[in-house]
Design a protein. Structure first.
Length: 163
């Protein structure tokens, strides 16, 4: 058994080392140049630069529809793609372009908030992009005044009467 394994190993060494073809001679120089260019490009990413990453609507009344446009620029070296924009709740709706944004070009993201909640409210919008980080986060804030008479009034306090 040991002899057969040894013989197979020796024959394998001769079979693989006796090749006369040089693999380096078969490499196409044009393919090498294309691969080098591709590899150099693969290190380039888009960079999304927002004018502001947070916006405060101030004080609004409950259920008041408000919206804000976040402006940004692709300051990177590759086209920017926003793949998805997701808010932290259903009361906030982001709208964004599905088209690539070229390096140096500007873009906008519209965020609509329906004024739900009460008092200080903070919501986030998370963008899924092809930037190096992969995600970007924006924040909106508002102080929401409750609607008058919408179940917010307290019941009168009953006090015992004296006889």
């Amino acid at each position: 058994m040991k002899k057969s394994v040894l013989i197979v190993a020796i024959l394998s060494v001769f079979a693989f080392s006796s090749c006369k073809d040089n693999a380096a001679d078969k490499v196409n120089e044009e393919n090498v140049a294309t691969a080098e260019a591709r590899d150099a490009e693969s290190g380039k990413f888009p960079v999304i630069t927002f004018e502001e990453s947070q916006f405060d609507f101030g004080t609004i009344d409950q259920n008041t529809q408000v919206e804000h446009v976040f402006k940004f620029k692709n300051t990177g070296e590759a086209p920017l793609m926003i793949v998805n924009a997701k808010s932290s709740c259903g009361c906030t709706v982001p709208e964004y372009t599905k088209d690539p944004i070229a390096p140096g070009a500007d873009g906008q993201l519209l965020v609509k908030f329906n004024g739900s909640g009460q008092n200080q409210v903070s919501k986030t919008v998370t963008l899924t992009t092809n930037t190096k980080a992969g995600t970007e986060t924006l924040t909106i804030k508002a102080f929401v005044n409750p609607k008058a008479g919408a179940g917010n009034a307290q019941a009168p306090i009953k006090t015992p009467t004296s006889k």
